[in-house]
Design a protein around this ligand. Structure first.
Ligand SMILES: [Cu+2]
Length: 81
């Protein structure tokens, strides 16, 4: 019988909702989504124009809310948790 060892790597994702001010069209949504998605450790970023918010799923070992906020503010928008 072959011995098969399975190795499970568990990554626990955190989710944060950011309030974003300054978005007024789909171009803004695309810019914010791209900025958030480019942060190392971000798994998923969903930006909602109507609500003025972003839901970001990230690996807390690699990044955090402050980094995400900085990435959004780099694009000229205001973000807070
Ligand atoms: Cu815009």
């Amino acid at each position: 019988m072959p011995h098969i060892q399975l190795c499970y790597i568990t990554i626990i994702m955190n989710t944060v909702i950011l309030k974003i001010e300054g978005m007024n069209c789909q171009h803004c949504v695309a810019a914010v989504t791209k900025a958030l998605s480019s942060v190392p450790g971000v798994n998923k970023a969903e930006v909602d124009l109507a609500k003025g918010s972003a839901r970001v799923e990230f690996d807390p070992a690699k990044t955090g809310a402050a980094v995400l906020i900085a990435a959004v503010e780099d694009q000229g928008y205001t973000a807070r948790q």
